[in-house]
Design a protein around this ligand. Structure first.
Ligand code: WTA
Length: 653
């Protein structure tokens, strides 16, 4: 049975339902009546959502749609940082906490809206002094520290699109991103804390920018105090430079379609795609969805999104959505098991967190650690739980509900992508009945359908196929940076005229949506997108590898795990040599892409099953990879893997 078929059969047996708690429904930001009304006129709905923001100039129309390019609120003008900061201070909320930041070693900072606004103005003034200007790209490579938020908002304030690169990515990954978008300034730190130790960042920047002559300045935040190399012609300490700047900065209003950020994500080919997001539509979507899906009450809630700022979830639901809504957020630097496995729950108790937004892989890890860990903490402040990044299996959903949510908190399973900018499919906690494993309904103003292979719209009842979006939405990807053709090809050519998400999905008998995983060569490892081809090209760039094929196989904790089939150059290896070889290859992939892309299992083989036209038969390899009896590293040139592969070969082949 394929991954998708087995997911489907699990889901078909799921019948539990959890209607909205009465108290929450009565006071919900979006009630059942409001939901009904919102769905009637898509453009009018989004226009009202945009009116929740402060605009310096009104738009001419809601949407200018030149397929597949959408311009939302054309001619409208706004400043994103003003919307996230100044307007809250002006409205008298300057003393409200914007961020409660918790460092991994136990240090913490509480930052009010006024203080955050001041620091963002100072950082914006510094960027201007360094010659940055509207439209010029700035790369951000930082740990989860408040300066990451400050840096992003400072860029937004001056209209310089940022590209945040996840701190776990390698120097090489950083270099290709800096190069692709031609960033001129890089903002980084000496290092960050992970698993109780200071891990370096600046060293990767040094290696990356060596080959990027366009980079004029590297701004370095001092976080760990570790020793770093210094290039006096280029490097500047953040604390020395930001601190001396004026706190006054008048925000300039930019066109609604002005670029806000580029975020790289894996596609089905080796080269990561720079997903471009712009201003007005994006902020409208993330602000509305953050308010509606999490039922945010900015005066009383303490909201915590556990994502890293290097992923889109961090952009939309740590930075832009929550701050546009004037929310009080908690932000945590480190890993969930440092210094102990109850750290997250200790932080919830300490900060009285009321809304938590995390990923199924984290939930499954906590499940594995045991119920007795969260039991030791007072989690009664929680009132709403969220999930994102991959399909959540019903067992993890129920564990989350019972052990974290005390059996009383609704769970919003939110489906979206880097390309969608914000949540498009999710239950609204005061409206919809939640089902373990279902992302429920498209939000108002979102036109989602499921197509079959032949481009037919499936009826919204008991049907499975490909998830598509048939109308543009605000916050939609604007294009792939520098490559409009690839943008058309990747998203708009599978089914002409509609957006192809790359996910399988089904409608159940009540008309609720269940996501079934990717239908392309993109793997989802702990909620992170990694393409099989990206890992393959990294493996074949190793001098001892002749050929490689990579597949995702089901994994109880990370959702999927990377399994690589590798044909070595030269002679056959003994088992011990094979172990060493596999270790080398893993390190090689880690240094080329980053540790998240390390194959969990490496199978050394003499040949790969191919079709007559020479295409690797991945489906077969996936079946082999799902065979749980294989060891962590299986070295063979002659025996079991190939036997397994052969057994699966159709007799005709
Ligand atoms: C998957 C993360 C099922 C999906 C925000 C999508 C999900 C990819 C869900 C995007 C969910 C995300 N249920 N699958 N609730 N949320 N996905 O770009 O395959 O990192 O296409 O964005 O994650 O990953 P990305």
């Amino acid at each position: 049975m394929s991954d998708r078929e087995s997911t489907l059969s699990d889901l078909l047996h799921e019948t539990r339902v959890f209607p909205p708690p009465a108290g929450l429904a009565a006071g919900a930001n979006v009630t059942a009546e409001a939901f009904e009304a919102a769905g009637r006129d898509r453009l009018a709905f989004w226009e009202r959502a945009a009116e929740r923001l402060s605009w310096a100039g009104r738009w001419e129309r809601v949407l200018d749609w030149q397929p597949p390019f959408a311009h939302w609120f054309p001619s409208g003008k706004l400043n994103v940082a003003y919307n996230c900061l100044d307007r809250h201070v002006e409205a008298g909320h300057g003393e409200r906490v914007a961020l409660r930041w918790e460092g991994e070693p136990g240090d913490s900072r509480t930052i009010t809206y006024r203080a955050l606004c001041d620091e963002v103005c100072q950082a914006a003034n510094l960027l201007l002094e360094l010659g940055a200007r509207a439209g010029e790209r700035v790369a951000i490579y930082l740990p989860m520290i408040p300066e990451a938020v400050v840096a992003m908002l400072a860029c937004a304030r001056i209209g310089a699109p940022h590209t945040v690169v996840f701190g776990g990515f390698s120097a090489e990954a950083l270099r290709t991103r800096i190069e692709d978008c031609d960033a001129r300034v890089v903002i980084t730190a000496d290092g960050g804390y992970r698993r109780g130790a200071a891990s370096p960042l600046k060293a990767s920047v040094d290696a990356a920018v060596r080959d990027c002559p366009g980079v004029r300045h590297v701004l370095v935040v001092r976080r760990t105090g570790q020793t770093i190399d210094w290039d006096g012609s280029r490097d500047l300490w953040w604390h020395e430079q930001v601190g001396r700047q004026s706190r006054e900065h008048t925000p300039e209003a930019f066109e609604s379609d002005h670029p806000l950020f580029i975020l790289y994500t894996s596609g089905t080919t080796g080269k990561p795609k720079g997903i471009l997001h712009t201003t007005g539509g994006y902020l409208t979507l993330v602000a509305w969805t953050h308010w509606a899906v999490f039922d945010l009450k900015p005066e009383t809630d303490v909201y915590w999104c556990t994502a890293d700022i290097g992923w889109v979830t961090g952009h939309s639901y740590i930075v832009y959505g929550p701050l546009a809504n004037g929310a009080s957020s908690m932000m945590y630097e480190g890993t969930p098991d440092t210094p102990h496995k109850g750290r997250w729950w200790e932080l919830v108790e300490k900060n009285r967190v009321s809304i938590i937004y995390t990923a199924p892989t984290a939930i499954r890890t906590c499940m594995k650690w045991g119920d007795e860990i969260p039991e030791q903490f007072d989690l009664s402040s929680l009132r709403l739980l969220g999930s994102v990044g991959e399909p959540i299996n019903p067992e993890a959903w129920m564990w989350y509900r019972e052990n974290i949510g005390g059996g009383r908190c609704p769970i919003v399973d939110t489906w979206w992508q880097t390309e969608t900018g914000g949540i498009l499919i999710s239950p609204l906690p005061g409206v919809h009945t939640c089902k373990p494993g279902s992302a429920s309904r498209p939000l108002p103003g979102i036109s989602a359908e499921i197509y079959d292979d032949a481009e037919r719209v499936l009826p919204r009842k008991d049907a499975a196929g490909y998830l598509v979006l048939t109308e543009p939405w605000p916050g939609m990807i604007r294009t792939i940076w520098g490559d409009d053709d690839r943008y058309r090809e990747v998203y708009w050519s599978r089914f002409p005229g509609v957006y192809f998400a790359g996910d399988g999905a089904k409608w159940d008998s009540d008309g609720d949506i269940w996501l079934l995983g990717r239908v392309d060569d993109v793997m989802n490892i702990s909620g992170h997108r990694i393409s099989t081809i990206e890992v393959e090209s990294s493996l074949v760039s190793h001098p001892d590898v002749a050929e490689a094929a990579v597949v995702g196989s089901p994994d109880p904790t990370t959702g999927q795990a990377i399994v690589a089939f590798v044909i070595p150059r030269g002679s056959a290896r003994t088992d011990a040599e094979g172990e060493r070889f596999a270790r080398d290859l893993r390190d090689h992939v880690a240094s080329e892409i980053g540790p998240i892309a390390k194959p969990k299992q490496i199978l050394v083989v003499a040949e790969l099953p191919k079709t007559r036209s020479g295409k690797i038969m991945r489906r077969l390899l996936r079946d082999v990879a799902s065979n749980r009896e294989l060891g962590d590293v299986t070295t063979l040139t002659d025996s079991s893997v190939m036997d397994l592969i052969k057994e699966k070969l159709p007799t005709a082949a």
